[in-house]
Design a protein around this ligand. Sequence first.
Ligand code: GH3
Ligand code: MG
Ligand code: MG
Length: 502
Amino acid sequence: MQPIRQQWIPAVKTLLTFTLIYWIVDVALNRFAFSNAWTIIWPLNGVNVALLLMRPRASWLWMLVGIELGTGIGECLDDNLVQMEICQRLFSLTEVVISACLLPPFLTLDRWLRTPGIFMRFLAALVLGPGISGLMAASLFHYTQGQSFLLAFNNWATADALGIAATMPLALSLRSAQMRSLFQREALPRTLGVLILAFAGAALIFSVSRYPLMFLLFPLLLLVDSLLAFAGTAIAVVGVLFISVYLTDNSLGPFGTWPSDLAVPRDLALQIYFGFQLIALFPASIVLMERRRMAEELHNTNARLTVLASLDGLTGIANRRSFDERFAEEWNRAVRHRKPLALAMIDLDNFKQFNDLYGHLAGDRCLCAVADALSRQLHRPEDLVARFGGEEFALLLPHTSADGALKVVEKIRAAVHGLGIDHIGNTWNRVTVSIGYSALTPVTADGKSRLIQLADAALYHAKSGGRNRVETLSSTEGAQAANDHGTTARNRIVRILGRGDR
Ligand code: GH3
Ligand code: MG
Ligand code: MG
C-alpha cells in the first residue's frame, strides 16, 4: 500500500500543479495579451521544452499531461471545439517531446551551452519538433476545415519554432548564475540600462516604416550579448520579439505596413526575419560566452602562476624572488616615509649534520616545520618571512626599529627551539636557529645591500658566539667594522661584507 501511495501522490501533485498553472497562463495570455498574434509566435512550448530538460525523464509524463490539460481547458473556455482541442494538445505534446529529446538535459546553463554540437541540436529541435507536429496539425485543419495545408502548417510550425527559439533560452536562463549576477545590486543599473536600450531600439525599428531600420536588430542583439551574456540576451530577445509582434499587429513598422499583394504574407515575413536573427544569434552568443570564459580562465591561471612563482617550492613560504621584490619596495617606502626597516637573517644550526644524521627527506621536513614556525610568529600583514636559500631564512619587518625587531626574532628563536625537533648533532639536542638582525632608517634609494650585510655579519656573530642566539649590529658598528681590521670578530665581518653574492 505504502509504495503505491508514495508513487502516486507526487505524480498527482505534479499533474494538478501543472494543470492549474497552465490553465491560468493560457486564460491570461488569451485575455490580456494580443489575441490575434498567436499565429506569429506561440511562446508556451519553449517554456515547456525547458521545463522538461530541467527534470528527469521519469517525471515527464505527468508534467506533460498537466501542461496539455491546463492549456486545453483554457483553450476550450475560449470557445474552441473539444475534439479539435484534444487533437491540438496531442500535436503540441508530440512537438515538445521531440524537441526535448533532441536537446541535452539541463543541469547548469554554462554546461548546457557547452555541450558538444549544441547548435546543431538546437537547430534540429527547432525544425523537427514544430515541423512534425505542424504536419499533423496542417493535415487536421486541411481535412476537417478545408484550410490551405501550407497556411495551416505555417501558422502552427513557424509560430512554435519561433516560440521555442525565443522562450526556451529564457526559461533555461532564469535560475542560472548568469541571471543572478545580472540582477545583483551592483549590476542592476547596467542590466536595466542595456535592456531599456534594447527595447527602445526594438520599438524604433518596428515602428518606423519610412526608413529600413530592420538591419539594426542583429547588431543591437549582439551588443546586448556582449554586455549581458546569454541570460541577458534571452530576456532582450523575448522583449524585443513581443514589441515587434505588438507593433506589427497594430500595423506599424516595416512588417505592419507589409504590402498584402506580396507572395510572402506579413506574418510569415516577420517570422522568417526573426527566425534567422535568432538562429544566427545562438552560436554567436556561445562564441562570445566561450571567449569570456577563456579570458577569465587565462586571468585566473596567470594569477595562480604569479602566486606560484613567488613561493618556495619546498616550504610554501615566499621565495628569494619575492623577498628581493618586497625588500626593494619596502626600502623605497622607508626612504619616502623616513621610517626604520629591520631585517633578520635566520640560519639553522649544524644543519649539515642533521642531514647526515637523519637523511635529506627528514631535513626537508624540518625546513618545512621551521618555516611554518617562523610564519606563525608574524602578526603584521606587512611583515615577510622568505626562504633566502638552503637552510637560511630572511625576515623583513617594515616600520620596525631594532628594539621591536629584537622582540620578534627572540620569539622566533624560542619558537624553533620549542618545536623540539631531535638533533643529536646540535649542542641542545634539538633543532635551533641563530639569528642576526639589524635595523636602520634608509635615506637614499640605494644601499639596500648594506642592511643585508649588517644582518649577515650579526648572524656570523651569533654563530661564533655559540649558536641558538640572536645578535645585532648597528649601522655604526658595521661602519667601524669595515674600517677596523684589528679584532678577529671584526675581521670576520669584513670577510662577510666581502662575499660577492650579498
Ligand atoms: P651552521 O650552524 O654553521 O650554519 O652549520 P650548517 O651545517 O647549518 O651550515 P652549512 O652551510 O655547512 O650547511 C648547510 C646545510 O644545509 C647544507 C645542506 O646539507 C643543508 N641544506 C641546504 N638546503 C637544503 C634543503 O633544501 N634540504 C635539505 N634537506 N638540506 C638542505
Ligand atoms: Mg647557512
Ligand atoms: Mg646553518
